[in-house]
Design a protein. Structure first.
Length: 229
DNA sequence: ATCCCGAGGG
DNA sequence: CCCTCTGGAT
């Protein structure tokens, strides 16, 4: 990795840190098993939506055993609005069963063990390890990180697994935890997928994909655009 | 590579 | 109508 690239990453990290400050997991939870369930539910769904359904879910089933033994239909009903509700219901119940039966109710501390559990992939495992134990097992790559990393030119990997490897090589481990959250926050505020608002973005003058030109007044035509208007 | 799937925004 | 949202299993 070039020195220039390292400075580029430092610059991105510094700006996002200044903008967002200290960050924490946006998912609401009281107990460790609840975080795991919330992260599984967050697949292809906003965290707001997850936070909307989990209070009732955790009130109805306050521990992993009761959630594992609950009627599937009831679990499906409670999480219905998060989408993929059949898969997710099966996954969170399978997860809770594995948690109780194979891990004594305690969330595993290694990514190898976590990934073997139902509904848990690398993204979910990385989030859980970071949030619960402060372990940086990898770089959390979700749909936002995937999109923004490409726009910023940090990685052009096609899938999340390859991009994680890529980012782990380029980004210093001390940045992993916060940078993935920063990218997610930026992807949720200014750099939204549908129509990025580059004028509101703190990275616009260093981002190779920015539609804001800081040097020239304004191109009349042929503006490099990421999308069709 | 494909499927799962509802909610929200443009 | 279309695309997107803190993915994972097959």
């Amino acid at each position: 990795m070039s020195k220039k690239e390292a400075l580029y990453i430092d610059e991105i990290y510094g700006r996002l840190k200044r903008k967002f400050g200290p960050v924490s997991c946006p998912l609401h939870y009281q107990k460790p098993y609840q975080l795991c369930v919330a992260v599984i539910l967050s697949a292809q769904c906003t965290d707001e939506m997850v936070n909307r359904v989990t209070p009732e879910l955790f009130k109805a089933f306050p521990d992993p055993r009761s959630l594992a033994e609950a009627p599937v239909a009831e679990v499906e009903r409670l999480i219905h609005s998060t989408g993929f509700y059949r898969n997710k219901a099966r996954n969170i119940q399978g997860f809770c069963r594995a948690l109780v039966n194979e891990h004594g109710g305690k969330v595993p501390q290694t990514i190898e063990e976590l990934v073997k559990m139902p509904g848990v992939g690398r993204k979910t495992a990385n989030v859980v390890l970071q949030e619960l134990y402060g372990i940086s097992s990898g770089f959390v790559v979700d749909t936002h990180v995937l999109r923004l990393s490409r726009l910023l030119g940090l990685s052009h990997a096609k899938d999340a697994v390859r991009m994680e490897k890529d980012l782990m090589q380029k980004v210093p481990p001390k940045y992993w935890m916060d940078l993935s959250l920063y990218l997610i926050f930026l992807g949720r505020s200014a750099c939204v997928a549908r129509r990025p608002r580059c004028t509101e973005c703190v990275l616009s003058d260093v981002c190779p994909s920015s539609t804001v030109d800081t040097k020239r007044p304004a191109p009349k035509k042929g503006r490099p655009s990421l999308h069709q208007d």
